[in-house]
Design a protein around this ligand. Structure first.
Ligand SMILES: [Zn+2]
Length: 521
């Protein structure tokens, strides 16, 4: 079996160019952190987290970078509206983004570079582009001259005339060609000093496209194996990123360009609608998670093939009785099958589903005794090998769960006294397989409520408070001088919180996105 991946550049499914055991680099364009994340912001992270999980399971070593755009027009404007600083707003919204990723079990991101930390390298790239004749200065700005790059337009497969037609909407007399784009934007007097950086071109800040070129080249080098992002980023963002990166390095920038489909929504009359602040129908992740679990939301995103639009269905968003679009309500209902299955597994086998040990790596020699399990395993791999068809893979999981439920009924497995031991063995094999495949998709089978007794919401909030306090202790300790006795005691205090929680059956896990907790017994 071999993996095929569709690339926007070649416009075909191509055999994956590396072998298991090798390192794979992946870069996905991240958010501009000026507002809380809405559910559309989670589509890319969930898809590429699943891509990484599958590649890792196959034996690849994947390094994944998602950038944070923390300097931008929208950020400056929003900070002004709120009467806060760009820095403070960006920090707060980055935390919101991290919390959303945690809730959807997106755990694979290795680096979150912030644009403001890479400005000197961006300046270096722009200088070189200028020296090579690809860029020119105009009134404190620096632009990329698309007419100097014969390859410009190769990603989106548009010709110069089509691109110029789009660019003409925004007339800028400083540009040589309508399609030229800003590499550097001169500082404006009405902007706060915190977004002003010194450069050989004068004070200003980088354009959005150059940020991604700098962060991806610095952290991953060229060529990047997989570059991902939403379909809306294909043009102009990725086209521009590609042009400036290849002109700068003189080598291929990206092996595979993957673009995911966007969310689609209809209003109560069935007409297609945009999700927009002005319409009042932006569904933030934090609000959605009041009505369905993070796992159900992840399931919703994965049940469609990533290259097609994800249909949220009809939504009467002004009606408080319908807090979710129809598509999410249906996904929550379907996901209940998984939640009930996990509860049954716990009752029959005595182990919580998400703690079942299951293989972490593909094993060619592995054989499953039950033919239905073997066939499901085979089909799952075929779907995933075919350009990460998670929709098909989720379908296999459904069938497998259905089959195991029937098996449990047949063998009276819910009652230990009458359980058929041979069928129990088969059931166990199937459950381990479900766990293995669910883990590849990042699904935990957790519903909105857990088996935790008492007020779950309050407990979650209290734990969040403890996690925050522990984080602050550790941050303060890190900045204290090395020999200071205070430093040691702060670390000890932070460790004590973790140890005491562990005794109470709660494990804390530190990840790049922050600390999460889970119940261990
Ligand atoms: Zn980008």
């Amino acid at each position: 079996m071999s993996l095929y991946v569709y690339s926007t550049l070649s416009r075909c499914k191509q055999p994956f160019h590396k072998r298991p055991g090798e390192t794979v680099t992946m870069y996905v364009c991240g958010p501009t952190v000026y507002k809380p994340s809405h559910i559309g912001h989670m589509v890319g992270p969930v898809i590429f987290d699943t891509v990484k999980r599958y590649l890792s399971w196959l034996g690849y070593r994947v390094t994944w970078v998602v950038n944070i755009t923390d300097v931008d027009d929208k950020l400056i404007e929003r900070a002004r509206e709120l009467g806060t600083t760009v820095g403070a707003l960006a920090r707060e919204m980055t935390q919101d983004y991290f919390r959303c990723l945690q809730a959807l079990n997106v755990t694979g991101i290795d680096h979150f570079p912030r644009a403001t930390e890479y400005v000197p390298f961006m300046v270096e790239i722009i200088q070189q582009l200028e020296a090579q004749g690809y860029a020119y200065r105009a009134d404190g700005d620096v632009y990329f001259d698309i007419s100097r790059d014969p390859d410009y337009g190769k990603l989106c497969h548009r010709d110069a005339e089509q691109m110029a037609a789009g660019a003409r909407l925004e007339i800028n007399p400083k540009k040589r060609n309508p399609g030229d784009f800003a590499l550097w934007k001169a500082a404006r007097p009405d902007e706060p000093p915190e977004v002003r950086f010194d450069s050989p071109f004068g004070p200003g800040r980088p354009g959005w496209h150059i940020e991604c070129s700098a962060m991806s080249l610095r952290l991953l080098g060229a060529p990047i194996d997989i570059h991902g992002g939403g379909l809306d980023l294909q043009f102009p963002h990725h086209e521009n990123e590609l042009a400036q990166s290849e002109c700068y390095t003189g080598t291929e920038f990206v092996k595979i360009w993957m673009h995911n489909g966007l969310l689609k929504l209809r209003d109560k009359d069935g007409h297609e609608a945009k999700m927009a602040g002005s319409l009042g129908n932006v569904l933030n992740v934090v609000d959605a998670l009041r009505h369905l679990s993070g796992d159900a939301l992840r399931f919703f995103i994965l049940k469609t093939h990533y290259r097609t639009p994800i249909d949220l269905g009809i939504w009467d968003w002004h009606n408080p009785a319908t807090p979710l679009p129809q598509g999410l309500v249906e996904a929550r209902k379907a996901h209940e099958n998984f939640v009930r299955f996990a509860e049954r597994v716990r009752a029959v086998l005595g182990i919580p589903f998400d703690q079942l040990p299951a293989p972490q790596r593909a094993d060619e020699a592995r054989s499953l005794t039950h033919p239905e399990h073997q066939a499901a395993f085979q089909r799952f791999r075929e779907y995933m090998d075919d350009d990460f068809n998670t929709g098909g893979a989720v379908g296999v999981l459904f069938e497998l769960v259905h089959h195991l439920n029937r098996l449990a009924d047949q063998g009276h497995l819910d009652d230990a006294a009458t359980a058929d031991t041979a069928l129990l063995q088969t059931f166990r094999e199937g459950v381990v397989l479900v766990r293995e495949l669910a883990n590849i998709l990042g699904l935990t089978f957790q519903g909105l409520t857990t088996s935790w007794s008492g007020d779950h919401h309050l407990v979650a909030q209290l734990l969040q408070l403890l996690i925050e306090l522990r984080g602050q202790l550790r941050d303060t300790a890190k900045t204290a001088p090395k020999e200071a006795p205070l430093r040691t005691s702060l670390f000890q205090l932070a460790d004590r919180i973790r140890a005491r929680l562990h005794e109470l059956g709660i494990a804390l896990e530190d990840r790049p996105t922050g600390t999460t907790w889970r119940i261990i017994h």
